[in-house]
Design a protein around this ligand. Structure first.
Ligand SMILES: [Cu+2]
Length: 485
């Protein structure tokens, strides 16, 4: 849809002057306005959906267009879901996964297991798809530490639409180290799949990014958790564990509690941190996960508090503070849990192990010109994605330092690597946040920032991706293949 267009002269987000070349021929000027899309808060009278937990050892996931009620009293016929819902899968380290994707859509799809360390052919590369009406099997062993991972389609240039339309789920990996911590579980362990959506007046989903919205990414005006607009959750006076994933196409959240209480962050993309960190707020960009404890034992019965996203000019184009989930403290219960001082051991990858440095330049919006044959406006190292081109070749098992440079960029880019968990070495634009330490597969690179990561690549060969997890940027070309050889 956005291919074969080149955008230049995007002077700012608020007012963009755009010049379009249609494959090197006619030229046209256009002025468009992208005001930040703010969230219109709901009334928080719908219970939070707690998804059923599925076992992946013999599972069918059917991708299907499923009429759904996102807005009260209105049916959205163009919703696309896995198994008509929001699946949450749970398995242990060492388990074997055997999942059949049944594609009942009228278009190609596949599943990318975001955060999973699995063979390339299982990873959901856009070349490995299930055509409309076809099936595809995913069979792999779980060889990684406990983590909150997630999954979503990754078809060429259609990821943004399919994820926006509802195709996503969470995949929780448990292991013995995590289990020994006796973290809050059962009804006190809650998945939070965070998204923002936009609707037509009839209640159907509205996904139609303008050219300016391809530059910023596509924002919704409703905030949803677990596919519920403005939900509430009854809680007791105890600790709760929330596994949050940002499944939004483009919106970056600055998570906080409305009463100023701390978020106790215990984990991120690749699992538990070394120790808990208490913060009043934390950024969560598309694709990233945060494992958060909230201590409701300090709140009295009858208290209401909200999970909210703070206004954050860096992250969200000036979006205002908005509420996301209402907690109603409705019962007193004795708390037996005490917060561990140590959660896990994380061994830093040694810089001296690195065999090679590679640099990746992210584009400036006003410089996204390319040549006449340029196939997309979002690039990495000046190149828009080509499914059949290998951009980087890495020796199996090697450790490398990758420097991703957004220093001329004027958009934040959450950059995601498939097939690995990496460590963040350096951020020139600011300090590495406590929740960006440990193991990561997605790292937010803010405007004018340069980030260095150290990656130990798998010993198994195959083609993986690095891309921006702003899904409009991704679909527009901000993606590359690396081959492990
Ligand atoms: Cu991006």
């Amino acid at each position: 849809m956005f291919i074969k267009k080149t955008f230049v002269a995007l002077s700012s987000v608020a007012t963009a002057t755009i010049v379009i070349w249609s494959l090197g021929c006619a030229k046209m000027d256009m002025t468009t306005t992208t005001a930040p899309v703010n969230i219109i808060e709901g009334i928080f009278d719908t219970p939070l959906l707690i998804p059923t937990v599925l076992n992946p050892q013999n599972l069918v996931l059917e991708a299907k267009t499923t009429p759904a009620t996102w807005l009260q009293g209105k049916i959205s016929p163009n919703t696309q879901l896995f198994n008509g819902s929001l699946p949450v899968i749970r398995a242990n380290q060492g388990d074997r996964v055997n999942i059949d994707l049944k594609n009942s859509l009228t278009e190609a799809t596949n599943i990318h297991w975001h955060g999973m360390l699995i063979p390339a052919l299982m990873d959901g590369h856009p070349k490995d798809i299930a055509a409309a009406g076809a099936q595809r099997n995913y069979n792999f062993a779980i060889n990684q530490r406990a983590a909150t991972t997630w999954f979503h389609p990754h078809p060429h240039m259609a990821t943004g639409k399919q994820v926006f339309n509802g195709l996503a789920g969470m995949f929780i990996v448990n292991d013995a180290i995590e289990t020994a911590l006796n973290l809050p579980s059962g009804e006190r362990e809650v998945p939070l799949v965070i998204s923002d959506k936009r609707f037509n007046a009839d209640g159907s989903l509205h996904y139609a990014p303008t050219m300016a919205e391809v530059m910023t990414g596509y924002f919704g005006d409703k905030s949803l958790i677990n596919n519920v607009v403005a939900p509430f959750l009854n809680v007791k006076t105890r600790f709760y564990r929330f596994r949050a994933v940002n499944a939004s196409n483009a919106r970056i959240y600055d998570l906080a509690l409305s009463n100023g209480a701390n978020l106790i962050i215990i984990g991120n993309d690749g699992g538990l941190l070394e120790k808990p960190v208490s913060l009043t707020h934390a950024l969560l960009s598309p694709g990233e996960r945060l494992d958060i404890l909230i201590d409701f034992s300090k709140m009295s019965v009858g208290t209401e508090a909200f999970l909210q996203s703070n206004a954050n000019s860096i992250a969200n184009h000036g979006a205002t503070t908005f509420k996301m989930l209402k907690f109603k403290v409705n019962a007193a219960e004795n708390e037996t849990f005490s917060l561990p001082t140590t959660l896990s051991t994380i061994t830093p990858i040694s810089i001296s192990d690195s065999k090679r440095n590679r640099a990746f330049a992210l584009p400036a919006a006003h410089a996204m010109t390319g040549g006449a044959m340029h196939t997309g406006m979002h690039t990495i190292n000046g190149k828009a994605y080509d499914m059949n081109r290998i951009d980087e070749t890495v020796t199996a098992g090697d450790t490398e330092i990758w420097e991703i440079d957004n220093s001329v960029g004027d958009e934040p880019h959450p950059m995601h690597l498939h097939g690995v968990q990496f460590q963040v070495l350096e951020k020139t634009g600011g300090t590495i946040q406590p929740y960006e330490k440990g193991w990561k597969d997605t790292i937010l690179i803010q405007k004018a920032e340069k980030v260095k990561i150290i990656v130990r690549f798998p010993t198994e060969k195959g083609v993986f991706l690095m891309h921006c997890h702003n899904l409009e940027h991704e679909d527009d070309g901000m993606m590359m293949n690396f081959e492990i050889k």
